[in-house]
Structures are given as structure tokens and as C-alpha cells.
Design a protein around this ligand. Structure first.
Ligand code: HEM
Length: 507
């Protein structure tokens, strides 16, 4: 018996040793030529990274590439196969996140669980999140709020169509704040601008943009030393983030003390068990709520705004979706949850919006906690891993003419092609860190998109001389992309549509 155990242990060590040896002798994935010390620094683009990485991968004739910057290893997964092999199949080593000294320690974002390395704190936060946002629980509690906010959006678009981008921002912010904190959001509500204030700093802290990430000891340099301006920037960022963590939470506690706010995530979590004031669990609850607020607020604005531009630019697509909506709804009401199964083309419009311009084209970066392997390439422990969602969703073999806005690509025999739909779901990431808010996001996007299309027609705006104003979309260069302001005309489709809108304004 004992000799059997000893044999097994010896055998396992031999296997581990041989595998380790083999891995070390495996080559790194291909990539552009590396220069001494700086590595590929000059190849790291300042904008549209996903397009540059896709091009580099094609030049290397490989779906995985390797770069290095000042000795830091960077791996880019440029295909669906590469992403699933590394992030799904090797999830035990690829589910962590890199967190630089600037953003994590100085700016305080280590409390935001979407950025936390894999570990107990992340697990506790994600569990708390999931109790609220798993589909059955979420749908029962969130759909009524989503419906109310969507109807409010329809009303706002009627009253001042020119401000459609502000209305989209308000609808998304108001919905998630109501779900999380049970707060009613007013015009110009500070709870909505607070998230913008916290986020405006984030680009400064992104990995690779600060010397303190390369030389963490610099965080102790006194503020007055020339070049230590990053400390003041970081402390301002931490202050804004702390306000976002504390202020709406304290407002909810006040509401609860007055016997209100009971429809919120905060209330439901507090009532699940004793969470003492000022303890670690309360801290995790506040941080989970802030992470969710940021996650929801920052991601859905792009596909919602893109809807207006794509409909104005593709009147044939708009007409086809509206024909489907009219046949099913008979001009009598606005769409509701559950209608999507009867409206495949309209649903395909949503999928195509998510595909064409993914909100997070390179996802949220991962880091490898030990050595990995893909296609006989060695993936070194400690590498930062990007997965190129944009490249996956613009892969010509799956999506012919990928630059074309063509929802029909998702229909097979009149119903949604589930394989293609699943592929678009990679916009929410992979493996253990896949976006846990995806059900909430899809519900929200679907209801808003179908409701807007059922009663409004979008077209290009015209200037004073009667000339159409072309829509030339420009995006922010943030981690999550936003569409910069553009002009678009939004009008009720018909007298009947106007009646439905007015009815919705009366509710
Ligand atoms: C169109 C909408 C959305 C898109 C495209 C999107 C996309 C993503 C992506 C790509 C990630 C990283 C996943 C990975 O590393 O594999 C992520 C993470 C996350 N998302 Fe979303 N998301 C959306 C909406 C939402 C919403 C509505 C919420 C909240 C209700 C949310 C909450 C989160 C959270 C908490 C994480 C961090 C997960 C973790 O690190 O464990 N997202 N999302």
C-alpha cells in the first residue's frame, strides 16, 4: 500500500517536472520584433488597440501574439478558439486580473471587484452580486423597474428628441440606481454625475501608462518631488471613488431607517443576514454595489446610442424591424418582456449592434497566475492577457462582410441562429470572470430597443438649408467606449404611434 502511494507521488512529480521542462522549452507565441529594454513599447498603440492587435496577428499568421513592454509579458488572444482554450479550458490559471499600483493602490480601485485579482475577496463580492443578479431572482425584482425606466425614456424622447443621448444616459443610470439603492433619480441628479466623476480618472491609471506601475517604490516619493504629480492625481481619484462608494449607500440606509427603499439590492442583502455597521461585510456590500453601478452604467450606453445612428443610416433595416413589430403588436401597445421570442428580426438588430461595436473590445485584462500553453506555445506566468472581442466579432469566416450592419445574418429559417447568437455573447467575456450582469443588460437593451423602434422613426437630421447631416460616428478612447455627440432626427412614426406614446406618458 505504502509503496503504491510512494510510486504515485514519484510518478506525479516526474509528470509535473517533465511538463514544466517541456513548457519551458516551448517557444513564446509569435509577435513583432522586440527591442532591448523597451521590448515592443513602440508597437503599443494609443488608440484602437484591438484593430492594431488584429492586424499584427494577421501579419504573424497566428491567432495568438506575444508582446513585451519593459520586461512585462503581454499575450493577445485573437480568435474564439484561442480565447476559449486559454480562458475557459485553462480558467484555473487565467481568471485573475492585473492590478497596477497606480489604479489599485493609489487610486483605490482595488475595492472594485471587477478589477480584483482572483481570491477570497473577489469570490465573496461576486457571490453577493450573483444572489441578486442570477436570472430568476433578477427578472422578478428588476424587470418592473426596467419597464418603468424604459417607458420614461419613451416619454423623454417625445418631449425633447434632440437630447436623446442625455435621455439614454439618464435611463440607464436611473434604472441601475433604483435596482441597487432604491433611490428615485431626478433631473441632473448628482448620483448620476458622481459615476462620471469617479470614472474620469481611470484612463490615467491604466496599466502601462504610469511609471509607478513599473517601479512601485515610487508611490512613497513625497508629493513635492518633481514628477510626483501622480500622487495628487491618484488621491483625487480615490476621493471621487470613495464618494461613489459611500454617498448612495448612506442615502439608502437613511431611506431604510424611514421604512422606505425596500425594493433595493442593498435592502435585500441586508435582510439576508446580520451585516454589522462598519464591518468587512458591509464594506463588501458597498463595494459590490459600486462595482455593479459602474459595470451597468458604462457598458449599455454604447449599443443604445448606436441604435439611433444605425437606424438613421440603414432605413431598410429599420423598416423591416418596424414591419415585424407592427404585425405582432398591431399598433396597440409597446413591447414587453417575453415578446422577443415572437420578434426574431428585432432581436437580431440587438445582436448586430452588440457585434458591430463591442463596448469593451479587448474585454477586461486578465493575468496568468502560472505558466500556460496554447498550440504548443508557452504562455509565461504573470503575463497580462487581452482577448480581442472585436476581432472575434469581426471574423469574416463567421460574419461575412463584418463591417456591414446586417441583422439578417442572425436569422436561419426565420428564427435566431443560436450558434451565431452564442458567438455574439462573447462580448460579455469568458470563463469564470464572464460578465455576471449579462442577463440584466440583455433585458434592458431589448426592451428599450424594441420600444423605441415600435413608435419612433430615426433619420438623419437636416441643417438650416435643408441638407441632410451625415452621421460620422466618433468614439472616446476610454477603456469602455462611448459615442461622442451626434445629430439625429427622432419622430413618432404615425398618429397611432403618437397615441401609444401619449398613453405611456399618462401612466
Ligand atoms: C452591453 C452590456 C455589457 C457588456 C458588453 C459587458 C461586458 C463585460 C465584459 C467584457 C466583462 C469582463 C469579462 C471577462 O473578463 O471575461 C464584464 C465584467 C463585468 N460586468 Fe459587464 N457588461 C455589460 C453589462 C453589465 C451590467 C448591466 C452589469 C451589472 C448589472 C455588469 C457587471 C459586470 C461585473 C460586475 C463584471 C466583473 C466580473 C468579474 O470580474 O468577476 N455588466 N462585463
Amino acid at each position: 500500500m505504502l509503496s503504491g502511494i510512494i510510486f504515485l507521488i514519484a510518478f506525479s512529480f516526474t509528470v509535473i517536472y517533465v511538463r514544466k521542462k517541456t513548457r519551458q522549452t516551448l517557444p513564446l507565441p509569435p509577435g513583432p520584433r522586440k527591442y532591448p529594454i523597451i521590448g515592443n513599447l513602440l508597437k503599443i498603440p494609443s488608440d484602437n488597440h484591438w484593430i492594431v492587435y488584429d492586424r499584427l496577428a494577421k501579419e504573424c499568421n497566428s491567432d495568438i501574439i506575444h508582446l513585451s513592454v519593459f520586461g512585462n509579458s503581454v499575450v493577445v488572444l485573437n480568435s474564439f478558439t484561442a480565447a476559449t482554450e486559454v480562458l475557459d479550458r485553462q480558467s484555473s490559471i487565467s481568471s485573475s486580473r492585473p492590478l497596477g499600483t497606480m489604479i489599485g493602490e493609489i487610486m483605490g480601485w482595488k475595492y472594485i471587484f471587477s478589477l480584483q485579482p482572483y481570491g477570497q475577496r473577489w469570490r465573496d463580492s461576486r457571490r453577493m452580486f450573483w444572489q441578486e443578479f442570477h436570472p430568476e431572482h433578477g427578472r422578478a425584482h428588476h424587470r418592473p423597474i426596467q419597464l418603468r425606466c424604459s417607458r420614461d425614456l419613451i416619454r423623454r424622447l417625445y418631449e425633447s428628441p434632440i437630447d436623446f443621448q442625455t435621455h439614454v444616459r439618464h435611463a440607464i443610470g436611473a434604472g441601475i440606481i433604483s435596482v441597487l439603492y432604491g433611490l428615485d433619480i431626478q433631473e441632473e441628479d448628482p448620483n448620476i454625475s458622481m459615476v462620471d466623476d469617479a470614472l474620469k480618472h481611470i484612463n490615467v491609471g491604466l496599466i502601462g501608462t504610469c511609471m509607478v506601475d513599473l517601479f512601485p517604490f515610487l508611490r512613497h516619493v513625497p508629493r513635492w518631488v518633481p514628477g510626483a504629480g501622480f500622487r495628487t492625481i491618484g488621491e483625487n481619484a480615490a476621493r471621487d471613488l470613495n464618494l461613489l462608494i459611500d454617498v448612495p449607500y448612506l442615502q439608502t440606509r437613511k431611506l431604510l431607517a424611514e421604512g422606505r427603499g425596500e425594493s433595493s439590492f442593498i435592502y435585500r442583502t441586508l435582510s439576508r443576514g446580520p451585516i454589522p455597521n462598519g464591518g468587512m461585510e458591509e464594506r463588501i456590500l458597498k463595494e459590490a454595489a459600486t462595482t455593479t453601478y459602474i459595470g451597468a452604467n458604462e457598458t449599455s450606453k454604447l449599443p443604445m446610442t448606436l441604435l439611433f445612428a444605425m437606424m438613421a443610416q440603414n432605413p431598410d433595416v429599420q423598416a423591416k424591424a418596424q414591419q415585424e413589430l407592427d404585425q405582432y403588436l398591431d399598433h396597440r401597445r409597446l413591447p414587453e418582456f417575453g415578446d422577443e421570442i415572437h420578434l426574431p428580426y428585432t432581436y437580431a438588430v440587438l445582436l448586430e449592434l452588440l457585434r458591430l461595436e463591442p463596448t469593451a473590445p479587448l474585454g477586461l485584462p486578465r493575468s496568468l497566475v502560472s505558466d500556460g500553453e496554447y498550440k504548443s506555445y508557452h504562455l509565461p506566468s504573470g503575463s497580462i492577457v487581452f482577448y480581442n472581442i472585436w476581432a472575434i466579432l469581426h471574423d469574416e469566416t463567421t460574419f461575412p462582410e463584418p463591417e456591414k450592419f446586417n441583422p439578417s445574418r442572425f436569422l436561419k429559417d426565420g428564427v435566431i441562429d443560436t450558434q451565431l447568437k452564442d458567438r455574439v455573447m462573447t462580448t460579455f467575456g469568458f470563463g469564470r470572470r464572464v460578465c455576471p450582469g449579462r442577463y440584466f443588460a440583455l433585458d434592458n437593451l431589448w426592451l428599450n430597443l424594441a420600444s423605441i423602434l415600435s413608435v419612433y422613426t430615426m433619420s438623419k437630421a437636416v441643417d438650416e438649408s435643408g441638407q441632410q447631416i451625415e452621421i460620422d460616428l466618433e468614439y472616446t478612447a476610454d477603456l469602455n467606449r462611448h459615442v461622442l455627440p451626434f445629430k439625429c432626427s427622432i419622430e413618432p412614426r404615425s398618429a397611432k404611434a403618437e397615441e401609444v406614446i401619449r398613453e405611456c406618458c399618462r401612466v
